[in-house]
Design a protein around this ligand. Structure first.
Ligand code: SF4
Length: 401
């Protein structure tokens, strides 16, 4: 329900929804909270903010028609933003109580409850919340952009390969599959941590890097536990990464069984269709393995999200990367249920990629050329009668859970 009024000579809107509470003051200040009262998003003076469950806050703003800037707030900046929201909501609650503001329609019991819960989110609560996250999760390395608002359940920890030179998401942990009882305990801990905030979450994401390498009997047991603990249908189904293609390969029948258990989409870090580039990146599997996996997944009735790495291999591999990636994607039976993400290589100096690129005298692609590489691939993709997948950018530096 939307409640409107005036406050301090500005329009005031309080939106009380089934999954969040949003307070808008004029057009320059907006704070949204989940129903456990955690700050979720904010907009202050044309800068938008998003707080992750780990307590980190990313700020984004436009500097031109197409240029978007982003940076992570420092702890004092985060504290200032949380305090700003807290002070605003405390004053708002007090002025509503003393009837200095007339809302149309007036707040009902739920509205009051949600407002008071959100108003209690000060820096002490935020710190306790972030500590709760680290008790429940091994830090979540990455998610596909359409899954930032999922409930992550870590059925596995880490990556079963951990060889790719451009990826350091899981270097801090060995790969392991959780026992059924341990996974159930984890799900219960996640539910307790999210509390009423669970209502904000739109899907379930099975972590970490490639939970779907779990052999079928074990995977089915783990997915059954999810159904026992959560309403999978209501939460929009289950999503996961599949990366690298050694070990147990799943058949169309396996994927069909997983679809029955609520699996909706599998994200594949394909990176490139050019095999020598995959080898250079130390990415396990071949383009043919990826193609076969996509065919099996689609035949089993599950959608895919294909991730292509722009800029990988620099100038040396640029042309072959474009051509073989076009060829590989065009051979896939993709349709309108599927996604294609173009993700730019992020070269931070701790990555082995940077070392090997230097040793091989690779000339990196400029930012502009990376964009052109994405366009060159996209412009040559051809899809069948079942429709075109949604194609978009994936900037891993913006990841927030
Ligand atoms: S398989 Fe995926 S998660 Fe594992 S190291 Fe490679 S890119 Fe990273």
């Amino acid at each position: 329900m939307v409640h409107q009024g005036f406050w301090n000579h500005q329009s005031l809107t309080i939106s009380v929804k089934g999954n969040c509470l949003t307070i808008s003051l004029g057009s320059r200040e907006v704070f949204s909270y989940d129903l456990a009262g955690r700050l979720w998003t904010a907009l202050v003076d044309e800068i938008s903010y998003r707080r992750g469950l780990d307590g980190k806050i990313v700020a984004k703003w436009q500097t031109g028609e197409k240029t978007r800037q982003r940076r992570w707030l420092t702890p004092p900046e985060s504290a200032d933003l949380i305090e700003r929201g807290h002070a605003l909501l405390c004053k708002l609650t007090s002025d509503l109580r003393s009837q200095k503001i007339v809302l149309n329609p007036p707040l009902n019991d739920k509205g009051w409850r949600d407002l008071q819960t959100a108003a209690a989110f000060d820096n002490t609560a935020a710190e306790a919340d972030a500590l709760g996250y680290f008790r429940v999760y091994k830090p979540i390395g990455i998610l596909p952009p359409d899954q930032y608002i999922s409930v992550v359940l870590q059925a596995t920890e880490g990556c079963s390969f951990n060889t790719c030179t451009f990826c350091d998401f899981y270097r801090d942990r060995p790969f392991r599959i959780k026992r059924v009882d341990e996974f159930r305990e984890h799900i219960r801990a996640v539910k307790a941590f999210l509390g009423e905030g669970l209502s904000l979450r739109r899907t379930i994401f099975l972590g970490d890097a490639n939970a779907l390498v779990i052999p079928m009997p074990r995977l089915i047991s783990l997915m059954e536990v999810i159904h026992e603990e959560l309403d999978v249908e209501k939460l929009g189904g289950i999503f996961a990464f599949l990366d690298g293609f050694s070990g147990e390969r799943k058949t169309p029948q396996d994927f069909s069984r997983l679809a029955e258990l609520g699996l909706k989409r599998i994200y594949i870090g394909m990176e490139s269709g050019h095999e020598p580039l995959l080898k250079f990146l130390r990415k396990p599997g071949t383009p043919q393995d990826v193609l076969q996996a996509v065919r099996n997944i689609k035949a089993g009735g599950v959608a895919v999200g294909i991730i292509v790495l722009l800029g990988a291999g620099g100038e040396t591999y640029a042309q072959a990367h474009i051509q073989d990636t076009i060829r590989l994607i065009n051979a896939m039976p993709l349709d309108m249920e599927d996604l294609i993400y173009f993700s730019e290589l992020v070269e931070n100096e701790n990555l082995p990629y940077v070392q090997t690129a230097y040793q091989n005298s690779l000339q990196p692609l400029s930012a502009e050329k990376r964009i052109q590489q994405g366009e060159a691939i996209e412009n040559n993709l051809v899809f069948g009668k079942k429709g075109t997948p949604h194609i978009s950018r994936y900037d891993i530096r913006e990841f927030v859970y």
